[in-house]
Design a binder for this molecule. Structure first.
Ligand code: GDP
Ligand code: MN
Length: 380
């Protein structure tokens, strides 16, 4: 789950990481009131779950309340990478002498926590890694050993930060960020930029914070931070129904039972010359309710042109799945063509059931590749 900047900063503050004071505002009038309370120059920041807000015109300095109201009017409603701005964070403006970058994330390959620090902050880290990799200090933390301050020192020297005052503060921030990352079950905590003010104070000016969905039960306060309006309707429906759903950007909606089968289905669609619009994993099940829920979610995705239902009957028998599909289609209207591939236990019975009683838009294919080709054809 991704947090808004203002939510991530709230967690940063809880762990003692310095941030600027600010207020949330939903309207230009609230932005004005926030600027009045904060006093002086403020920065008006779009709160959307995507990066690059500055470049898109979603971050603007304002001289005072009047200006903050005007800037808020400009930013609310702005479309930033497909995210429409509905919330603003009004923050006391900082003077910036330097912009650094600091993040902590998982390196799955190494099975360790990874810190990255560079003095080339304020730009995308991918760009730093590609253009000036020597400027990017990376450091792994062994989960058994845990974090040790000497590691942060190595990171700081690696990034070429030689001012003792900055070193001391970054050492402190790195330790706190590690604490925050572990305690909140985060997958990513990114501070870009981590600024140095003209007085030499370090502060987190931005926050990108991702918490592991599977750990949310441990953090009810964070789970409540979720903003349902930030997600497209089918993602909201999937969450409510407990359907595993991942949005992609092609035309074929995919439904399968089991993660491995679903992954190979994606590949097969690509092999057949198509692109998946999304995928749902029914897990081991294939009961009617599960099928109805998944079909509802998939067909709510407006990019979907055809649906490929790929089932391998192992413990779940294909005849049961076939009945589930018929029941589901009896309960709902699906306009898209649906291709079903049934294989495994009782596959023939399952296919017969569908061939006899299935509606016209239902196409039954015996193999995954034939099913994929058919689904791609029907999406064209
Ligand atoms: P992003 O573009 O989504 O990463 O949003 P950021 O929060 O990182 O803001 C973008 C840029 O706006 C930063 O890199 C800063 O250069 C600038 N910015 C943000 N807040 C302030 C501020 O308080 N004062 C000044 N002078 N610039 C700011
Ligand atoms: Mn940023």
């Amino acid at each position: 789950m991704d947090l808004y900047e203002y939510q991530g900063k709230e967690l940063f503050r809880r762990f003692g990481i310095p941030t600027s004071e600010g207020r949330l505002a939903l309207t230009p009038a609230e932005a004005r009131a926030a600027a009045e309370e904060l006093g002086g120059q403020v920065v008006v920041k779009a709160q959307v779950l995507t990066g690059g807000r500055g470049k898109a015109g979603g971050v603007k300095l304002a001289e005072g309340p009047d200006d903050a109201e005007r800037k808020a009017e400009e930013i609310i409603g702005l479309d930033i990478n497909g995210h429409v701005v509905r919330k603003l964070w009004i923050e006391r403006a900082s003077e910036i002498a330097k912009e650094y970058y600091l993040s902590v994330t998982f390196d799955r390959g190494e099975k360790k926590v990874l810190f990255m620090l560079t003095t080339k902050g304020g730009i995308e880290i991918e760009q730093v890694a590609a253009e000036t990799p020597e400027k990017l200090a990376r450091l792994h933390v062994d989960p058994l050993e845990g974090y040790q301050p000497y590691q942060a020192r190595r990171l700081i020297y690696g990034a070429g930060i030689d001012d003792p005052n900055e070193q001391k503060q970054i050492l402190d921030i790195v330790g706190k960020l590690y604490e925050c990352f572990v305690a909140m079950d985060a997958m990513l905590c990114e501070v870009n930029p981590l600024i140095v003010t003209p007085e030499g104070d370090l502060r987190a000016l931005d926050s990108k914070f991702t918490v592991d969905d599977n750990a949310l039960y441990k953090h009810p306060g964070v789970a409540e931070m979720r903003d349902p309006e930030a997600y497209p309707p089918e993602e909201r429906a999937a969450r409510e129904k407990g359907v595993t759903y991942v949005k992609l950007d092609g035309e074929v909606g995919i439904l399968g039972n089991g993660a491995g089968l679903v992954m190979s289905t994606l590949d097969t669609i690509a092999l057949a010359g198509g692109r998946p619009a999304n995928f749902c994993d029914l897990g081991g099940g294939g009961d009617a309710q599960g099928v109805v829920d998944a079909l509802e979610v998939i067909s709510a995705d407006r990019q979907v042109r055809s649906i490929f239902f790929n089932i391998f009957g192992g413990i779940t028998r294909c005849d049961e799945v076939a009945r589930g599909i018929l029941q589901a289609l009896g309960e709902m209207e699906i306009g898209h063509p649906i291709v079903v591939r049934l294989d495994g236990t009782n596959a023939e019975e399952g296919r017969e059931i569908l061939a006899d009683a299935g509606p016209e838009n239902l196409h039954v294919e015996p193999t995954m590749l034939e099913g994929a080709k058919r689904a791609v054809e029907l999406a064209a």
